[in-house]
Design a protein around this ligand. Sequence first.
Ligand code: ADP
Length: 210
Amino acid sequence: MKLTDRQEEILEIVIENQPITGDEIANCLSISRATIRPDLTILTMLGYLGARPKVGYFYKGDPLLKSCSNQFKSILVRDNMSMPIVLDQNSSIYDGVVTIFLENIGTIFITNNGFLAGCVSRKDLLRTTIGKIDLEKTPLSVIMTRMPNIVTISPLESMYEAARKINDHHIDALPVCEKDKGKFKVIGRVTKTNITRLVMELGGDENDEE
Ligand code: ADP
């Protein structure tokens, strides 16, 4: 439901002056208390405003945003992840560069005996071109970011949690992992692209072009 200009104005007044009584809001708008009564009822019923007797109105937040955020928190990684691209830690840096291009990805997860051992990003690979490393002879294990420093996510965690981890750690991708006797089996990946796609799905409608 779209708010009227006056309702928007009331919200601004409450945000700046809360807690504030109905009479005070009416004064700010230079209109009578009776005129804004229906607006206050609507804003309270929709969840924008709370009211405490003898104290006044206060702002509770945008209910649309809250329902979006609850929806985002209920969407699981399991249903939005991509296939993981994995190389063994003994593969060469050269193989890593080729894989990044062939698979069109930004991060490779590295395993040792099938379990997560580290990861290598585009810039990790680019950095090796500055030195004098033999790209075909040097294994990825030499340049990878190692466990236990890898930030992982479980398939049953939410996409909100994935977005939070990616943002907090300033990284592009998370390996989706299942724990097996204290080790991590990589079963998927969540990247900034998965999150962008999800936001597009949530925000779009059937008229949007593909
Ligand atoms: P780029 O380095 O190409 O910008 P990222 O921002 O994803 O890509 O990576 C930054 C650094 O963080 C790199 O050194 C990379 O090895 C490391 N990294 C990437 N993903 C993770 C992760 N899930 N957990 C821990 N470190 C990571």
